[in-house]
Design a protein around this ligand. Sequence first.
Ligand SMILES: Cc1cc2nc3c(=O)[nH]c(=O)nc-3n(C[C@H](O)[C@H](O)[C@H](O)COP(=O)(O)OP(=O)(O)OC[C@H]3O[C@@H](n4cnc5c(N)ncnc54)[C@H](O)[C@@H]3O)c2cc1C
Length: 434
Amino acid sequence: MTWDLIIAGAGAAGLMAATRAAELGCRTLLLEKNNKVGVKILMSGGTRCNITHAANQQGIANAFAAFSKKQAGFLRSSLAALPPENVIELIEAEGVATKVEDTGKIFPVSNRAIDVRDALLRRAKNSGATLTIGAAVTEIEKPAQGFVVKTSMQRYETANLLITSGGQSYPGCGTTGDGYAWARQFGHRIVNPVPALTPITTDEQWVRDLQGITLPDAMLAIVCADPQQEANGYSSKHFLASRRSSLLFTHFGFSGPAALDISRTVTLSADRNTLKLVCDFLPASGFEDFLSQLTKSCRGSGRSNVAAVAQNLLPKRLASAAMERVGVSAGKRAAELSRQEIRGLARMIKAAIIPISGTLGFNKAEVTAGGVSLHEVDSRTMQSRIVDGLYFAGEVLDIDGPIGGFNFQAAFSTGWLAGQSVADNTRASGIDRQ
Ligand SMILES: Cc1cc2nc3c(=O)[nH]c(=O)nc-3n(C[C@H](O)[C@H](O)[C@H](O)COP(=O)(O)OP(=O)(O)OC[C@H]3O[C@@H](n4cnc5c(N)ncnc54)[C@H](O)[C@@H]3O)c2cc1C
């Protein structure tokens, strides 16, 4: 049998593409290497699945704003074809209620990623698409017409081929960058893939000892170390990247959105050892306001010791570490701290400078930055500008967004548009033939 469309990879993009193409009448085959589909959906958002991001009044404006200018421009047609509200509609139509959290992130009410995966799988199965799991695509050939797709067990012929094999982060999930080799084979340029949204590491033992502490609101910035500047304090003009969000201390350093979102700057740096983090553990107020608040708290603290004052502001272990780092004894009466000691403590809390040793790389990266160059893919259809009938969607493309549901949104939208374009072309060529 010759297929209208074969899709390589049943993740977020592949499932959406299969659904759209099959619902529009294409004979669609979805091939997945793993023995289950949507593995990354299952592990996403700490197994809660941050499906997408709440749209503002203008609908898709938020999703655009999350991406670089080049990527946002490329996503214009796909986000219009399947905006965030339509993703939610589609998932809710399968009986999975969703909720918007304060951060704008959208999750299933059940907090169960498997509900989202099952909803997408159900819709894809009902669309009439054929799904084959445990079928790794090993080879693709290009005869004069269409494509030949081979797995270790089978050989398939198809008029159109969509590559949705994802990036190369979390390779244990099946995403080993296979799509890049196929794209190269067809003459596509690959923008060097690098890990993005990956935890940041430090060799500082005192930081590692804080593992398990979460701060709901912190600001992390990356600076290029400069001893003179360090003495005066870094300001925003020195920041190579910065992000205010929640932060998690781990046994290797930093994770959580604040760290993940700026990790790309570390990955791309030629000399990571020159980079340092500037951490503001209480970013709600500016430094001078905080200093005068802290001074007031200390002066008015009666017989309380410094530990009591610091623990009012920060989790106990972080407060202890901050005092120790600036050489202030926890048992000392806060009212007796010198101005210099209070300033030192304030700097430790508002602008702690911590050397970076690197990142956890692809093994723990939530996405891959880089991939199939956007210049050679028609953003209105997702079709290759080099080879007719060849399409790309999802993370295999040079698209990566920040934490917040934007990466799924990009995968869903580009997959949907690719499925629709194949169906449009198939219909048009059918009419031509008649
Ligand atoms: C731990 C973690 C948490 C995340 N949390 C979120 C979140 O909450 N919100 C969010 O927006 N994003 C999140 N992401 C990112 C998101 O998962 C990806 O951006 C998204 O899955 C990309 O979709 P995709 O369909 O392009 O690729 P994938 O979902 O990676 O799917 C690609 C599929 O192709 C298959 N494949 C690969 N090679 C072959 C082959 N040769 N033959 C057949 N099949 C093949 C793979 O097995 C895989 O199933 C998270 C990622 C990780 C790793």
